[in-house]
Ligand binder design. Structure first.
Ligand SMILES: [Zn+2]
Length: 568
């Protein structure tokens, strides 16, 4: 009785709690018949397979196997998200595998493979997932005699379920397969060489993510890898016989797929259907792009962190140079095609965790670039009536490849990246505008190393990549834009400021400009490391003047384009 006393005297808040608990009890009772029915169904299937395996007579009859399979299947169909759905699906897979042992029908083995795969795919966190993955290895090793494939399946147990109880067994199988293939090799090809030690799993780089941006006729795919690796790519023709679209695949050597990565990313933007990734060989990850229609593609890598960028372009980007009678050789392609400027993407350099260069009294590049970019955006809209888009509107981090991806997907006509320069010698000052190309001098290479946040040594790697990329780039248009903007700045700033130095238009391999499909420049407004210029960069008036200078440059660039000889 004493137990009741506190309950009677409880404050109202506890009454709520008690009625809530009572409600829970009631619900449990009400739900009980349903889960009891579930349990019965599953128990029936379990009894069925127990009887099957016990009886030497039953086990020889196909319909006895099928009865048990149907038992589990009816549970799984009825409760595909039930608490024991994984167990039921796994049981059907195992039964099909067992049945194949007697029937030797390849269709039974296919059923088993499909179901084991479904367990791994649908219930990756289930305790049956690693068992199912291991079973796949067993099937390929024992029944299909496909040792390379078996190796991959066992390998996935180790990679994808590093904490699962099947890992030691899978490792044992891997070691067996390695010694087997090693022996065979030593008999045939390399009789005197010592056995090659198996690749240490930890030495592989991980493919951690695949990101993408897409527009009607442009898609950028970025593959993130946690270490520098070699890769190769191949374009495959469509194979209508097996319903395969044309495919572009990239093999990443010495790498493993991260277990958290989902196998396929649907894209469906008219260029690509989807992107898939799989552990193709023990040390090779294959990324496949299923193609709808593409005209061209480019692949390059960026470092720190290492990533592979694939730019895919569609038909309408391919601009045909029309053979015309009034063709004047001195005018540019953009002029010939009458392409006007309607949209500008402005890219405030750095941001978030990346402050860029920092001045002697603490002025940060990322804040200055954002302030100038916002002023530039406003002026472009008001004064030139252009559409102006910022790659970032606030103090957030944005990877370099995402900035050009935005410009490309937005189909911008111009791309202007805003930066402040830096030098270890604080007396260095001045303004310069850059275009993407191989570096012309040591100073440009040094700056590229800083802006790319990589070592200067890497710059030479990048220049190799560039040779390939430059074929399609808008180098002439970009340098015309850079000339105009540099000229605009040098005309505007001396009106209010003394000691404005012209460092000229330069070129260097900047990651942020790679793959931009429109004329693109990088404005190194002034040196934040120089005391005088740092103070100016932090002031609204100077930022306004810089924006005015850039506007004047863009205005004269557009005017040049409109002034097409023979049409005025
Ligand atoms: Zn910068």
């Amino acid at each position: 009785m004493i137990f009741f006393r506190p309950i009677i005297n409880v404050p109202p808040r506890f009454c709520w709690l008690i009625s809530f608990l009572l409600l829970l009890v009631w619900m449990a009772v009400a739900v009980a018949p349903v889960s009891a029915a579930r349990q019965d169904r599953l128990k029936g299937a379990k009894d069925c397979s127990r009887r099957l395996y016990k009886s030497k007579k039953r086990i020889r009859y196909r319909d006895q196997w099928k009865r048990c399979i149907q038992g589990y299947e009816s549970y799984y169909r009825k409760y595909p998200k039930g608490r024991q759905a994984d167990e039921a699906l796994y049981a059907t897979a195992k039964l099909y595998k067992g049945l194949y042992g007697y029937s030797r029908l390849s269709s039974d083995l296919s059923e088993a493979i499909n179901r084991f795969r479904q367990v791994v795919k649908r219930f990756p966190k289930s305790r049956f997932a690693d068992d199912a993955q291991y079973q796949l290895g067993e099937i390929y090793r024992r029944y299909k005699k496909d040792l390379e494939r078996a190796y991959v399946e066992y390998f996935k147990v180790v990679m994808d379920f590093p904490h699962g109880d099947m890992k030691p067994r899978a490792q044992k199988r891997l070691a067996q397969l390695e010694s087997k293939t090693g022996k065979r090799r030593s008999k045939q090809k390399l009789p005197r060489l010592p056995k090659v030690p198996p690749v240490a799993l930890t030495s592989l780089s991980r493919v951690t993510d695949i990101r993408h941006w897409s527009a009607q006729d442009y898609t950028r795919i970025v593959i993130d890898v946690n270490g520098q690796i070699d890769y190769s790519s191949h374009l495959l023709k469509p194979d209508p016989a097996i319903g395969k679209p044309p495919r572009l695949y990239i093999d990443l050597r010495n790498s493993a797929l991260d277990p958290t990565f989902v196998g396929a990313i649907p894209i469906g933007d008219g260029l690509l259907r989807k992107v898939r990734a799989a552990q193709y060989k023990p040390t090779v990850v294959r990324v496949v792009l299923d193609i709808e229609t593409i005209e061209d593609h480019k692949i390059f890598s960026l470092s720190d962190p290492f990533r592979i960028v694939i730019d895919v372009t569609g038909e309408s980007r391919k601009r045909v140079l029309l053979p015309g009678k009034g063709k004047v050789p001195s005018i540019t392609l953009a002029q010939q095609l009458g392409l006007g400027v309607k949209k500008v993407v402005i890219d405030p350099g750095h941001g978030g965790k990346d402050p860029g260069a920092v001045g002697p009294s603490g002025v940060r590049e990322k804040d200055v670039t954002l302030a100038i970019a916002k002023k530039l955006q406003k002026k472009l809209r008001e004064e030139l009536k252009l559409e102006a888009i910022l790659t970032r509107k606030s103090d957030t981090f944005l990877p370099l490849e995402e900035r050009t991806a935005l410009a490309n997907t937005q189909k911008a006509d111009l791309f202007v990246s805003i930066h402040t320069n830096a030098h270890k010698n604080r007396r260095v000052y001045g303004m310069s505008t850059y275009i993407l190309n191989v570096a012309t001098d040591a100073e440009a290479a040094r700056l590229a190393a800083f802006e790319n946040a990589v070592s200067a040594k890497r710059i030479s790697d990048l220049e190799k990549i560039l040779n390939d990329l430059m074929l399609n780039s808008k180098i002439n248009e970009s340098s015309r834009l850079a000339d105009a903007v540099q000229h605009g700045l040098l005309k505007r700033l001396p009106k209010n400021y003394s000691r404005i130095k012209d460092l000229g238009v330069k070129q260097a391999p900047f990651y942020v400009l790679i793959g931009a499909q429109m004329p693109s420049i990088m404005v190194e407004t002034s040196f934040v490391t120089n005391k005088r210029e740092e103070k100016r960069l932090a002031s609204g008036a100077y930022q306004d003047a810089v924006a005015d200078g850039i506007i004047a440059g863009i205005r004269s660039y557009i005017k040049q384009m409109e002034r097409i000889p023979g049409q005025g």
